[in-house]
Ligand binder design. Structure first.
Ligand code: EPU
Length: 427
């Protein structure tokens, strides 16, 4: 298991390009199970999670080959319907194959992904939606065993609302199955995240009939068949937000390019509220944090277009360096605070109560050995390491490799002192 060694104290400067979006790419790859023929995806990020879903898709009869950011795909075997635990347990997004398998192969056996370090992650809404379309789903020996009768799937009215808002992957799973169901499906309280919109555009390009993208009501008219297409994955808005915060926390002046500023409004306006200077120009955003005396700004996570839960941990790292008290409330994942105790090891002054943390800033962080617990928590530790005095050693950065393409390389290009320490004992 590799580690990162960071010597803090450098102001970041320069320009860096954002990679393709993990959370847009993973469901789009799962959607290839629905398609006939050969297609390509461009700007595919090189990430551990992408490797994992490709492994799963190959098990399921998809011929996929990746060359840098270019990927070609074609389903060559429609007979396999089982997604094995050994792969599914590595990544919860594997649940996205359930809808496509049911719709295209009329059956699916998908292991339950299991627990998650930041709390309960139920899939009841996915199952409710698929059942409403006519699927029969049972739990057998830790796996979801699903099938559809001879009549196939048929359109239905499905409400995906919950106390947390909606469900991103649930909306995608149900929508993918509905594409090949007979008749009309109406999904209310659908997720509005850009990744859902992107999947809709991809599926429509393949011949699906989905309307309402970006709103909370989706109408899907089932079609007989979907054909593979060529599609370009958009920029990763969470990577973009993380790098903007890297610019802010180090008092730097950086420009991120190849991003979509409109996807980042919640984070960029929060940064502006703190006093940072931001400027969007086409697909670039510049943050100038030199000579800024930032002031505390509280955030509450919410479904898009609200402040993303996937940036809560990184925001906390930033709050440790800002004058005043900031309150961070996570309404989506009330337990997503694994980073708190590790940030405290670096000297952060944080107080947690339920789904809220108050960060008292500014405080001097000092380098220490810390452990990455999940993807975004790892990113928060990297950000803290960039400003901690001395050396910070972050263990288990394989979590970072799941969702950030060569983060250490990008940070080095901006002037940070970050080295990957390769674990020679790792297989
Ligand atoms: N929920 C239910 N029932 C369900 C599904 C979800 O109650 O059937 C609840 C969840 O417990 C949570 C809320 O609804 O409280 C939202 O969960 P959602 O289903 O939207 O999460 P997800 O689709 O499983 C995706 C991203 C996550 C991101 C969340 C929220 C991917 C692969 N994952 O997960 O990304 O945090 O949406 O925006 O797209 C990450 O990239 O680090 C990451 C965890």
């Amino acid at each position: 298991m590799d580690s990162f060694k960071i010597i803090g104290g450098q102001r970041l400067q320069g320009s860096i390009e954002i990679s393709g979006s993990k959370n847009a790419c993973l469901p789009m790859l799962a959607a290839t199970l629905l398609l006939d023929g050969k297609g390509t995806l461009g700007n595919v990020p090189q990430l551990r999670d992408v490797d994992t879903i490709l492994l799963l898709l190959r098990e399921l009869g998809v011929d996929a080959s990746q060359n840098g950011g270019d990927l070609t795909y074609e389903v060559t075997d429609q007979t396999v319907v089982e997604a094995p635990y050994d792969i599914v347990r590595r990544m919860r997004a594997s649940i996205c194959v359930l809808g496509p398998l049911l719709a295209r192969r009329q059956a699916a056996v998908v292991s339950l992904p299991g627990g998650c370090v930041f709390g309960d992650r139920p899939i009841d809404l996915h199952l409710m939606g698929l059942r409403a379309l006519g699927a029969e789903i049972n739990m057998v020996h830790g796996s979801l065993v699903a099938s559809v009768g001879a009549a196939g799937l048929r359109g239905a009215a499905i409400d995906l609302g919950s106390e947390f808002g909606s469900t991103v992957l649930g909306t995608m799973n149900v929508m993918m199955a509905a594409c090949l169901a007979r008749g009309e499906t109406k999904i209310t309280h659908a997720a509005r995240e850009p990744e859902v919109v992107e999947l809709i555009q991809f599926l429509n390009k393949c011949g699906a009939q989905i309307s309402g993208a970006g709103t909370s009501t989706l109408t899907i008219n089932g079609v007989e068949k979907l054909s593979a297409c060529n599609y370009q994955i958009p920029a990763d808005r969470i990577e973009a937000a993380t790098l903007l915060i890297a610019g802010a926390i180090t008092g730097g002046d950086i420009t991120i390019s190849n991003c979509i500023p409109s996807h980042l409004t919640a984070v960029t306006s929060a940064l502006q509220q703190c006093g940072y200077n931001l400027e969007a120009n086409g697909n670039e955003i510049r943050i100038d944090a030199t000579s800024v005396s930032a002031v505390a700004h509280s955030i509450e996570t919410a479904p898009y277009p609200g402040f993303p839960t996937d940036v809560q941990a990184q925001w906390m790292a930033l709050c440790t360096q800002i004058d005043g008290d900031s309150r961070l409330t996570d309404h989506i994942y009330p337990e997503r605070f694994m980073h708190v105790s590790e940030l405290q090891r670096l000297g952060a002054n944080l107080q947690r109560e339920g789904n809220q943390v108050v960060a008292h800033g500014p405080c001097r962080l000092s380098g220490a050995e810390v452990m990455a617990s999940d993807l975004r928590a790892s990113a928060a530790l990297v950000l803290a390491g960039l400003v901690a005095s001395g050396e910070t050693l972050i263990r288990r950065v394989y979590h970072l490799d799941r969702g950030y393409q060569k983060l250490e390389h990008k940070l080095r290009l901006l002037g940070a002192n970050v080295q990957r320490v390769v674990d020679e004992t790792s297989p």
